[in-house]
Design a protein around this ligand. Structure first.
Ligand code: HEM
Length: 147
């Protein structure tokens, strides 16, 4: 029963994380054109304050459960990742997840050092969005694609 528990936690954390990134890119970027700049700044401040409270916990559960699943079931596959299509796809997924974590830490550092600006926000949003699309395709593809 431990594995399904970690899988469920992983899935819920992924829903929250992917949902937030999709909301920011697909809704917020579009709303920007319809709202006065002042309102948009207040909205973004509120969203980013909430994200900085919640996201570290979501990422902790996402990565913790992911690592636990690998530990319980996929250690042998990852010991020789190039020997199977599953290993290649799971390995790529984990590399992309590590890159997402890097983006998150970079964003936290930009906030703390007061260097975050609109250009960085847009770059980080778009890059993490593309990572999410690839991670979801890999997460499902590893069970259905083989060569
Ligand atoms: C940004 C980070 C991540 C996202 C968005 C993400 C997302 C997902 C999604 C959507 C699934 C499919 C779940 C399902 O359909 O039931 C999945 C499966 C999986 N993820 Fe992640 N993941 C992330 C990070 C990680 C990390 C860091 C690891 C391990 C070190 C990991 C290991 C796994 C494994 C082993 C599965 C397959 C579970 C199974 O069905 O047996 N993930 N992930």
């Amino acid at each position: 029963m431990t594995y399904p528990l970690f899988l469920t936690l992983h899935l819920f954390a992924a829903l929250i994380f992917i949902g937030t990134v999709f909301f920011e890119v697909l809704f917020l970027e579009n709303i920007r054109k319809q709202l006065p700049n002042k309102v948009m700044v207040l909205l973004e401040q509120g969203i980013s304050r909430r994200a900085r409270q919640l996201m570290p916990w979501v990422l902790l559960v996402l990565f913790g459960a992911g690592i636990a699943m690998v530990w319980l079931r996929y250690r042998p596959v990852l010991a020789a990742p190039l020997q199977s299509s599953f290993g290649v796809l799971l390995g790529l997924k984990i590399l992309l997840a590590a890159s997402v974590l890097g983006h998150f830490l970079w964003a936290m550092w930009l906030f703390r050092s007061g260097r975050m600006n609109a250009r960085y926000v847009q770059f980080i949003h778009t890059s993490v969005f593309l990572h999410m699309v690839a991670i979801v395709l890999l997460a499902k593809g590893m069970f259905y694609l083989s060569w």
